[in-house]
Design a protein around this ligand. Structure first.
Ligand SMILES: C[S@@+](CC[C@H](N)C(=O)[O-])C[C@H]1O[C@@H](n2cnc3c(N)ncnc32)[C@H](O)[C@@H]1O
Length: 259
């Protein structure tokens, strides 16, 4: 497990998920004991795990830890509205970054998120508190999700598969934790079908890889299809660079029929 800490932010202390051996942040622990509602809403725990190995994943974590931009999305961001607006039930966002997507989720869902960067995750936690959103946060690796099989109704990626070093495994993990009948939703920048744009992507990819760990020529659709998901919606915009995808994990009996 690559994650070095887990964090939970929840509306009530009873809703807090975390680790019993966790070390509480003193301010929150004090406020909780005193029963201050604001802090009860934001109770959080950290715990140390094994050190993160020095791999490409660790390089990406350091890049996103250092990034200072708070990146708010415009209220009308059509991609994020499309993406998060479809979330239902138990929902996981993978690579949530600094919580740009938070305002776009509908009320009534139960939201969890995982993110490699502890610094980004802390910003997300603060944003969730400001917005009054109940969310369970984990620091960890998309390629090794700390959730059981068949657990989520919706799994969301928002411009995350472009930086996750092992995007194929991240999609396989997302499918593993999805319930049968559950939906994988993503908005990503991908390899453009337009030759001129693709040539530019090829030209700039080495720079972006070094700078932000950002792959410009990826095709997440291939991984989604390889995992046996049924594509329900596929849209491209920005000369084919931005992809919106909604895909459904088949029910067990549908899989049996297909064999
Ligand atoms: C381009 S940012 C997008 C953040 C956010 N989804 C958004 O739309 O603003 C990519 C995010 O993926 C995270 N990430 C990269 N590799 C990851 C991994 N292996 N596991 C979890 N998160 C990862 C990065 O730390 C970063 O926050």
């Amino acid at each position: 497990m690559l994650g070095s800490a887990s964090i939970s932010a929840a509306r009530t202390p009873s809703g807090v998920r975390g680790n019993s051996i966790g070390r509480r942040i003193p301010a929150f622990a004090l406020a909780n004991r005193a029963g201050v509602p604001l802090f009860a809403e934001t109770a959080c725990r950290y715990r140390s795990r094994v050190p993160v190995p020095d791999t490409e994943t660790e390089r990406i974590r350091r890049i996103y830890d250092r990034r200072s931009a708070t990146s708010a999305a415009p209220k009308g961001d059509a991609n994020l509205r499309w993406l998060c607006g479809q979330a239902q039930g138990e929902t996981l966002e993978v690579g949530i970054g600094r919580g740009r997507t938070l305002p776009f989720y509908p009320p009534g869902i139960h939201l969890s998120a995982i993110e490699l960067s502890g610094v980004a995750l802390e910003t997300t936690r603060r944003r969730a508190v400001e917005l009054g959103i109940h969310i369970t946060l984990h620091q960890g690796d998309a390629a090794s999700l700390p959730y059981p099989d068949d657990h989520f109704d919706t799994v969301v990626f928002s411009f995350a598969l472009c930086t996750i070093p092992d995007d194929r495994t991240a999609v396989a993990e997302a499918v593993r934790v999805l319930c049968p009948g559950g939906r994988l939703l993503l908005v990503e920048h991908v390899r453009s079908p337009n030759v001129i744009v693709r040539a530019l992507e090829r030209l700039f990819e080495p720079i972006e890889l070094r700078r932000m760990g950002d792959h410009l020529l990826r095709e997440p659709l291939n991984h989604v299809l390889a995992e046996g998901l049924e594509v329900e919606r596929l849209e491209r915009s920005w000369l084919g660079v931005v992809e919106r995808l909604a895909a459904r994990k088949p029910e067990a009996d549908e899989l049996e029929e297909a064999v």
